[in-house]
Design a binder for this molecule. Structure first.
Ligand SMILES: Cc1ncc(COP(=O)(O)O)c(C=O)c1O
Length: 373
């Protein structure tokens, strides 16, 4: 069987030994009664880390974002302004509209994950009886579709000023907030400072098996707890999961720098190949997500590249790659759009995996580029 290097996402990571041990030994109770000591410890720790009053452990980032929207937009006729490339708008199954009954109003994202604040201000509504009421603005940090970019702090500061002026809260989808902190060399409390609520995921770069936290004021979290129950997210002895998340905070956060370093090595190799069919934006690579773009003019499509990287040709087991692994190497990646693939560095990618992936990617990219040109 071919050796697999799975670079589809940082969600594919398996719990570490220390996480499993902590899960076995965790003290638990019924968390719906707020009697699970491990969940309580996790909520208190993450709230402190983010400089907020309280936190709520939830099953997923999607539920966390949805709860935040439901709490901020508890008035009918509300709208949320989101970036058109945001996870909330693109990948959360329209839950905000379907389940929360709010309108999502999207504005163009710039390549760095921000949006134009003048455009935002013009889109704020509610003074006219015919209009929905803008009740929330959401941002994403790091920005997934923009290639794991950390939002510039100054932009967030300016956004906060604008939202304050219009009395509109900000929700931060910080599924990869700790990656942003590592890149910016700032504390989570600083990066989240001006956001009224924040969602952070333990199951992405932090490698815990399950769970996210929604963080905000006491009042906000009190309301969020009821909404979580309504959505069926009230978990009972959830301490077994919170235990892994606590280890993740301790063990995986300091390691994120390594993922960023390996992402840079991989991107540099691809860039160094100088193949017209495959481009990386090395200058704007911030964290653990490497986007590879295929120029519009090329006949190649991202789906073909994903498929080819998942195959082992006869030549690979007999030729140059044979020395790496007898049965060949498969690199799993995902297609972001018809001309972009994403490669993700994470805790389960070792130096050897990176090296094998580089060999395979080099081989396949050269082969495909030669065939396309
Ligand atoms: C930026 C962002 N927000 C939210 C989510 C949703 O997280 P979950 O898969 O835990 O629902 C993801 C998932 O990848 C994400 O990338």
């Amino acid at each position: 069987m071919a050796y697999i290097v799975d670079m589809r996402s940082d969600t594919v990571t398996k719990p570490t030994k220390a996480m499993k041990q902590a899960m076995i030994n965790s003290a638990v109770g019924d968390d719906v009664y707020q009697e699970d000591p491990t969940v309580n410890a996790l909520e208190s720790k993450i709230a402190t880390l983010l400089g907020k009053q309280a936190a709520l452990f939830v099953p997923s980032g999607t539920m966390s974002n949805l709860i935040a929207i439901m709490v901020h937009c508890n008035k009918r006729g509300s709208e949320v302004i989101v970036g058109e490339l945001s996870h909330i708008f693109r990948y959360e199954v329209g839950g905000a509209t379907h389940l929360a009954g709010v309108m999502l109003s999207n504005i163009p994202n710039k390549a760095d994950g921000t949006f134009d604040l003048n455009v935002l201000e013009r889109r704020i509504r509610g003074s006219d009886i015919h209009e929905p009421i803008t009740s929330l603005v959401t941002i994403e940090n790091t920005h997934n579709v923009c290639g794991g970019k950390a939002l510039p702090l100054q932009w967030v500061d300016e956004l906060a000023e604008l939202c304050k002026k219009h009395k509109i809260p900000i929700h931060l989808d910080g599924a990869r907030l700790f990656n942003a902190c590592e890149y910016l060399q700032q504390s989570p409390a600083r990066v989240a400072r001006d956001c009224d609520s924040v969602s952070v995921c333990f199951s992405k770069g932090l490698a815990a098996p399950v769970g996210s936290a929604l963080v905000g004021s006491y009042h906000f979290i009190e309301h969020a707890r009821r909404v979580r129950k309504m959505l069926g997210g009230g978990m009972r002895q959830a301490g077994v999961l919170a235990a892994a998340a606590l280890v993740a905070l301790h063990e995986a956060v300091p390691r994120l720098a390594m993922d960023h370093k390996r992402a840079r090595i991989l991107a540099k190799v691809i860039d160094g190949l100088s193949l017209p069919s495959f481009r990386v934006d090395l200058e704007n690579l911030h964290t653990n997500l490497v986007l590879v773009h295929i120029p519009e003019a090329s006949p190649l499509r991202a789906a073909q590249v994903v498929e080819r990287l998942a195959q082992v040709s006869l030549a690979e087991t007999q030729g140059d790659c044979k020395t790496a692994k007898d049965e060949g190497v498969i690199v799993k990646v995902i297609q972001f759009n018809s001309k972009t693939i994403r490669l993700t560095l994470h805790l389960d990618i070792t130096d050897e995996d990176l090296w094998l992936a580089i060999m395979k990617i080099t081989y396949v990219f050269k082969e495909m580029d030669a065939a396309a040109n």
